[in-house]
Design a protein around this ligand. Structure first.
Ligand SMILES: [Zn+2]
Length: 128
């Protein structure tokens, strides 16, 4: 008795679940486990096994990529002075700077606390 064509075979599911367990954070593990299993649906059994093997082979690169991802603006150097942090935290007077993403897109963020501007009026003012 074989599984229907749209079902995920157990070995492929187990392989991608093991791959997801190697990822750095619980949120990453949950996300990629769901994505890896979802990718298997609709594939024939042989393709599922090949895909699961590929996922296992590439999980180290994904783990490295996820581990190096910094979701806040990269601010290198010593921490901001206490007076600057006070202005950010209590007066909401941020030090807006323009940064670039890896693909060259520009965005603004506070160089001290990493907060993103919510409107254009609050830039370097006492509001917000
Ligand atoms: Zn700030």
């Amino acid at each position: 008795m074989s599984a229907p064509r749209d079902d995920v075979i157990g070995a492929a599911r187990l392989a991608v679940q093991c791959a997801a367990r190697l990822l750095p954070t619980p949120a990453d593990r949950r996300r990629y486990q769901a994505e890896f299993v979802a990718e298997l649906y609709g594939m024939p059994a042989g393709a599922q096994l090949r895909h699961a093997t590929g996922v296992l082979a590439q999980v180290h690169a994904l783990r490295t990529s996820l581990g190096s991802t910094d979701r806040l603006p990269v601010v290198l150097g010593p921490p901001a002075p206490a007076s600057r942090r006070f202005l950010c935290r209590y007066l909401r007077w941020h030090n807006w700077r323009t940064f670039r993403t890896d693909d060259g897109a520009r965005y603004s963020a506070c160089a001290v606390c990493g907060r993103f501007p919510t409107d254009t009026v609050s830039r370097n003012s006492f509001i917000g």
